[in-house]
Design a protein around this ligand. Structure first.
Ligand code: PMT
Length: 445
């Protein structure tokens, strides 16, 4: 059966971008009912929504009353996405008003609800809007932070609608996570938590045209950021040399070198509940960065060797800072990743101890896994000695298990998942079940 999605559209200029979101949702097989506010139709008309969705479009509950649309749409939906969510619409939703079909639907929905706000910076920053956003988040909705950039008119700042493709990626994740029988509809266990994720590969300059780098694409780190946002977390993503679009709702800090990543992660992590280092960080950098391009001298002599010096170890620095702060009750959870050709438990445990983190996610390199691939698999080693196997699957699926384990460490309640239902409902998404049993058994301890 196709997923049933309600696409709520608020009265903002970004309504035209929701047409693209609608196309992505329908092309992925979802059945989408578009529910605009009356004023949203000033920006994009009923005919466009009806033609793109293949469904009737009304703003009030007075059409087809025999079907009781003001409660039925919300009750039957697997997901409600509101894009753009205006300040006024969120205020009405936060106040529990039901004066049109969209707000009535929001009151009756028991499925995940995702708001993608878009408005001028002043409206977004106003204490009234921020209070409404906080209230909606507190009640279980995912409210994205808007993107920063050019707004209507000459303004620019926070308030842009995140890219439709990124809202779609998040919607897809919420639909699969919130699948009936696998998890309760609202499961944003990281709500109110700030987390930091690093992604990509650092570059250490040799001269103006060359660097020491690695093959990290950022896919695993971005999947971690997206899944954390889908669970309600406030995410800072420190990205090194990644050419992916910003995950909707994430604060993205771009860096190039290991030292820049060190500074950015240490600053962002100061108040974070968890830090997940998925980035491939260079352990060494050239001692000297040449000002001019190094050239062959034509003598046939071997070039001067490049002397390397050690970069700061960011994870180790976080662990040291945590130890120093432990007297103040700092419970920050630290997660390292390790891309290895030697995946022996001995090597993994030694690295976990050396880094001083709580979890080390060891992912093998090769056979279509690791750098730049869509899929990944891993064995997670925990400081308490337990081990969790994550079978091969999309990087989002692996990311979700990592957050389950982080939630365990944060002592948040993670909902036990019925592995048989996952297996049946989401074929191909997760091919094994051992992980989930470990998560559940850990919780029951
Ligand atoms: O980006 P993708 O193409 O999707 O690929 C994902 C990935 C393979 C890069 C990712 O899953 C991964 O494994 N990242 C860690 C890469 C690695 O091998 O790290 P490491 O073994 O060098 O370091 C171990 C941990 O210490 C890592 O969490 C790393 O971020 C951290 N580190 C390393 C060096 C350093 N100076 N400071 C650090 O904090």
């Amino acid at each position: 059966m196709p997923a049933r999605v309600v696409l709520g559209v608020g009265a903002g200029i970004a309504a035209y971008k929701a047409c693209e979101l609608l196309r992505l949702l329908t092309e992925s097989g979802s059945r989408v009912r578009v529910v605009p506010t009356a004023d949203a139709l000033r920006f994009v008309g009923e005919v466009t929504w009806a033609a793109l969705s293949g469904e009737p479009v009304t703003t009030q509950p007075w059409t087809g009353v025999e079907d009781v649309p003001h409660v039925r749409l919300g009750q039957e939906a697997d997901l409600v996405v509101v894009a753009p969510a205006t300040a006024d619409l969120m205020a009405r939703a936060a106040a529990g008003m039901a004066d049109d079909l969209l707000t009535a639907t929001l009151l009756t929905a028991r499925c995940p609800v995702l708001f993608a706000p878009a408005m001028h910076t002043e409206m977004w920053e106003h204490p009234a809007t921020q209070a409404n956003v906080a209230l909606l988040r507190h009640r279980g909705a995912i409210v994205l932070d808007p993107a920063v950039g050019r707004l209507t008119g000459k303004d620019s700042g926070a308030g842009r609608l995140p890219e439709p493709a990124e809202i779609f990626a998040l919607a897809t994740h919420l639909l699969t996570r919130g699948h009936p029988g696998t998890r309760p509809a609202r499961d944003n266990d990281l709500a109110g938590r700030r987390v930091v994720v690093s992604a990509g590969g650092t570059r250490e300059e040799i001269d103006p045209v060359r660097f020491i780098g690695n093959w990290s694409s950022g896919l695993q780190g971005y999947a971690l950021a997206r899944t954390a946002i889908a669970r309600g977390a406030e995410v800072t993503l420190v990205a090194a040399n990644v050419s992916l679009s910003d995950p909707a709702g994430a604060k993205v800090v771009r860096v190039t070198s290991a030292r820049e990543m060190h500074d950015a992660v240490m600053a962002a992590a100061a108040t974070a509940a968890a830090v997940v280092m998925a980035a491939a960080v260079a352990d060494y950098r050239p001692a000297t960065r040449h000002q001019a391009k190094l050239k062959k001298d034509g003598t046939g002599q071997a070039p001067e060797p490049i002397h390397l010096v050690e970069n700061p170890d960011i994870l180790a620095a976080l662990a040291t800072r945590r130890t120093a702060a432990s007297k103040t009750g700092n419970e920050q959870v630290l997660v390292g990743f390790a891309a290895e050709t030697d995946t022996s438990p001995q090597a993994a445990k030694a690295k976990l101890a050396r880094k001083g983190c709580d979890l080390l996610v060891v992912n093998p390199v090769g056979n279509g896994l690791g750098f730049g691939t869509a899929d990944n698999e891993a064995v997670v080693y925990r400081a308490d000695g337990s081990v969790t196997e994550i079978p091969r699957g999309p990087k989002e699926a692996l990311a979700d298990v990592v957050w389950d384990l982080v939630a365990c460490n944060l002592k948040l309640s993670v909902t036990p998942v019925n592995p048989d239902k996952i297996h049946r409902k989401l074929p191909g998404l997760i091919e094994g079940v051992s992980t989930w049993r470990v998560v559940c058994s850990h919780l029951s301890r």
